[in-house]
Design a binder for this molecule. Structure first.
Ligand code: ZN
Length: 138
């Protein structure tokens, strides 16, 4: 990923992080996912008093893209305190669309360029559609 592209994605994720609803954990996370169309979709974590209903920023961003008609993702930037890695559920969720997705994790307090990886590296030997058949996509 080129520097301008990565920087644009990181800045979008930082913007999304400002809108996180994280009153219980005080751990706001922002995500920005780029589709092959060139569009960028944002997500922030949204917590709930019942905790288990909380949804992560990565899945919010991917769901926004799918809702808009984009399913071909090329990269995602995730910003949080400490530059946390996506949780297992988000790794599985994102792998549905592109197991080779580039993932950039950035510490929002230091605004560095973060750690870059791929879903292949973050979630090897994952469960995928080959186990249940080809998904029927309208
Ligand atoms: Zn997650």
């Amino acid at each position: 990923m080129s520097e301008p592209t990565r920087d644009e994605l990181i800045h979008a994720a930082l913007d999304a992080q400002q809108r996180a609803y994280a009153p219980y954990s005080n751990f706001p996370v922002g995500a920005a996912i780029r589709a092959a169309s060139g569009k960028i979709y944002l997500g922030a974590n949204v917590e709930n008093a019942s905790y288990s209903l909380t949804i992560c920023a990565e899945r919010v961003a991917a769901s926004a893209a799918v809702t808009a008609g984009d399913r071909d993702f090329t990269a995602i930037a995730i910003v949080s305190r400490g530059g946390a890695s996506p949780c297992g559920a988000c790794r599985q969720f994102l792998a549905e669309f592109n197991p080779k997705l580039r993932v950039v994790m950035v510490d929002s307090e230091h605004r560095d360029h973060g750690f870059q990886s791929t879903l292949d590296a973050l979630l090897p030997n994952r469960f995928d559609a080959s186990k249940v058949g080809t998904p029927k996509r309208p």
